[in-house]
Design a binder for this molecule. Sequence first.
Ligand SMILES: CC(C)(COP(=O)(O)OP(=O)(O)OC[C@H]1O[C@@H](n2cnc3c(N)ncnc32)[C@H](O)[C@@H]1OP(=O)(O)O)[C@@H](O)C(=O)NCCC(=O)NCCS
Length: 187
Amino acid sequence: MTTTDLSYQIRQQTPQDMPEIGRLMGLGFAPSHSGRAIWQLRQGIPILSLSLVADAGDHLLGSIRYWPIIIGGRPSILLGPLAVDPDVRGKGIGVSLVRESLHLAGAESWEWCFISGEPGYYLKFGFKPVTYDDIALPAHIEPERLHLLALTQAKPELMPEKPWMISPSDPAASDVQDDVRQTKDVS
Ligand SMILES: CC(C)(COP(=O)(O)OP(=O)(O)OC[C@H]1O[C@@H](n2cnc3c(N)ncnc32)[C@H](O)[C@@H]1OP(=O)(O)O)[C@@H](O)C(=O)NCCC(=O)NCCS
C-alpha cells in the first residue's frame, strides 16, 4: 500500500502476523493493563480490512487493529490497539497507520470511530474529545481518554439523543475471543 524511506510497507494484517503483533503489544503495553475496561468493547474478531501492519520485511514495526462496535445504534468502529516498536517511534509510523486505516474506514459503511487514547495524540486525525454527557460505556474509562470521530458515512441526523450508548457489536461472539486475546493488550 505505502512505502517510505524507512523501508516498510503498510499492508493488511494476516493470521501469520499474530506472533509479531503480540511482540509489538508486549513492547507497547504492560501486561497489567490487559484487563482494562476498553476490552469489554472488543468482542469477536478485529476488522481485518482495517487492521494494518507496518512491515519491514523480516519483522513488523507497527500494528493497528479495529473492532466493530455500535454507537447510538449505528455501525461503528473502535480504534486500537495501536503500537509501534520503541526503536522506531517518532518517525511517523503511528500517524501513517492511523491515517491509512481511517482512510480505508471512510470508504466502508462505518459511521463513527471511537478511541480510548492518549489525550492529544488523536486530535490531529479529527477526533474530538467527548464526555460522559455525550456517550455511555459498559465500563468506566478515564474521561480524558474519550474521543470520537465522525467518518465519511456518519449520519448525525439519525443519532439518538445523547448520551449515545457504545456497546460491542456482537456480544454473543465472545467464544471466539481466545485466539484474538493471545495478542491481547490495551489501548
Ligand atoms: C503512541 C505510539 C503508537 C506513537 O507511534 P509513533 O510512530 O512513535 O508516532 P508518530 O511518529 O507517528 O507520531 C509522532 C507524533 O505523535 C506524538 N506522540 C507520540 N506519542 C504520543 C503520546 N503518547 N501522546 C500524545 N502524543 C504523542 C509525538 O509528539 C509526535 O507529534 P508531532 O508529529 O506533532 O511531533 C507509540 O509511541 C507507541 O506504540 N506507544 C506505546 C503504545 C501506545 O501508547 N499506544 C497508543 C495507545 S492510545
